[in-house]
Structures are given as C-alpha cells and as structure tokens.
Design a protein around this ligand. Structure first.
Ligand SMILES: Cc1cc2nc3c(=O)[nH]c(=O)nc-3n(C[C@H](O)[C@H](O)[C@H](O)COP(=O)(O)O)c2cc1C
Length: 218
C-alpha cells in the first residue's frame, strides 16, 4: 500500500504519538519474569514485526533461534555462569559487591529463550550497500532485535538481553551455520514488574545522561 502526501498528512494521530513516547519510556531490559508462557501466535507476531526492520540491501540477515531443548538451555546457563564468574573477578572491592547483587540474566525463569544471530554472508541483498562496510549486516540484525524488543513491550511482554556469554560456545551449543555471528541471547516472558527507569539505575550501578548532552556540534 502506498499513500501520497496530498491525501494523508500523517498516518499517525497525536494520541498515537503520545503512546509511542510511552512505549519508548517504559521499554525495559527485564530480568524478573513470570514463568507462564507467551502464546505462540504472539511470539510469531513479534517475529513478524521484527522482520519489518530495515536491513542493508534488503538482506534481512537476522536469524532468530528459539532455544527449546533443556540440554541446550542448560549449556547456555553454564556458559553464562562461567562468564559471569570471570566478569565478577574483574571488579574489585565495593564494585564487586555491587556487581554480585545485580541479576544479570533471567535464564532461570524466562519461559522463552531466543538466540539472535547475524548471517554475515547472506545471499539475499546481493551485497548491495555492504562492500565498504560489511559490518552493516550486524547493524541490520541489531535493528531487528530492537524492533522485537519494542513490539514485545507493546504487548506487555518483557525482553532481557544477555551478553555475558562466550559467543563461540553459544553458537556451538546451538549448532548454527558457521557464517552466523552470535549477537544476543534474549529472555522473553511476562515481566514481574514494570518500571520507567532502568534496573541498573534503580540499583545504583549507573545513571542515564540528559539527552541533550548527546548532541555534538561541529
Ligand atoms: C547490546 C546489549 C547487551 C546487553 N547485555 C546485558 C547483559 O548481559 N546483562 C544485563 O543485565 N543487561 C544487559 N543489557 C541491558 C542493559 O543493561 C540495559 O539496556 C541498560 O541498563 C538500560 O536499561 P533499559 O534497557 O531497561 O533501558 C544489554 C543491553 C544491550 C543493548
């Protein structure tokens, strides 16, 4: 479907824009999940929405792997435990104590676990746009993750992005194509709580900056 500017000044109403702002404000990285599952049709819808994301040369290089098997989940859990112990040892004193209080994975409760990969050599798109910047395939796949995250928030579903993992071991656990680069391990489910500030801010680990500090003028 195509509309022309003379027919439709904007597809979106002021109410929609206000609600969209709320969506961005209330999207959270979620670590505390209820264990009841999200219906398959809703997960399918989230995937469909994620696939509307832009991609270099229309290459659609995102690959979403639903991790269902208990053995594979256990291997990812062990991968996280090893990496988290290593990360903890990199923090000293008070910092280490504070790190230890953070819940950095929702792996024990989240009913759904989705690993996201980027096909770094996709046939689709026929190479357009990535000759000088091959990393644009990864950026495209990350955009799909963000779209998935926002669409989930709109459905009242939480997403937690776990990156404290050894990516090669994660790829090996999930037996994927060698061209696929591991990007994210997403815990997905209904959140136990909702908040308009990041958990790391609430726990005193880090604070957000005022947005206007992010303008750099040249
Ligand atoms: C690329 C990426 C990797 C992340 N990895 C982790 C992680 O391993 N563990 C964790 O607790 N949070 C992780 N997060 C979530 C961030 O901590 C979170 O986005 C940030 O604190 C801001 O909170 P918010 O998403 O609720 O606004 C990750 C986020 C991104 C974008």
């Amino acid at each position: 479907m195509t509309t022309h500017a003379s027919e439709t000044p904007s597809l979106f109403t002021p109410l929609f824009r206000t609600q969209l702002d709320q969506l961005f404000t209330w999207r959270r990285d979620v670590r505390h999940f209820r264990t009841d599952p999200v219906p398959d049709a809703v997960l399918d819808h989230l995937l469909h929405t994620a696939c509307l994301s832009p991609s270099v040369g229309l290459s659609e290089p995102w690959r979403f792997v639903r991790v269902e098997h208990a053995d594979r989940r256990a291997a990812i859990r062990a991968n996280f435990a090893r990496c988290n112990t290593q990360a903890l040892s990199g923090h000293g004193g008070e910092d280490a104590q504070r790190y230890a209080t953070l819940k950095l994975a929702g792996l024990d409760d989240a009913p759904h676990q989705i690993a996201v990969f980027c096909d770094t050599a996709p046939e689709q798109g026929r190479g357009l746009g990535r000759g000088t910047m091959p990393e644009t395939t990864v950026w495209s796949a990350v955009m799909a993750i963000h779209t998935f995250w926002l669409a989930a928030t709109a459905q009242g579903i939480g997403v937690g992005w776990v990156s404290i993992l050894n990516p090669q071991q994660a790829a090996s656990t999930l037996c994927v194509n060698p061209n696929w680069q591991f990007l994210a391990y997403l815990c997905v489910g209904y959140p136990q709580e909702q908040a308009d500030t990041p958990e790391l801010e609430r726990k005193g680990w880090e604070q957000r900056n005022p947005a206007r500090r992010q303008w750099i003028m040249r």
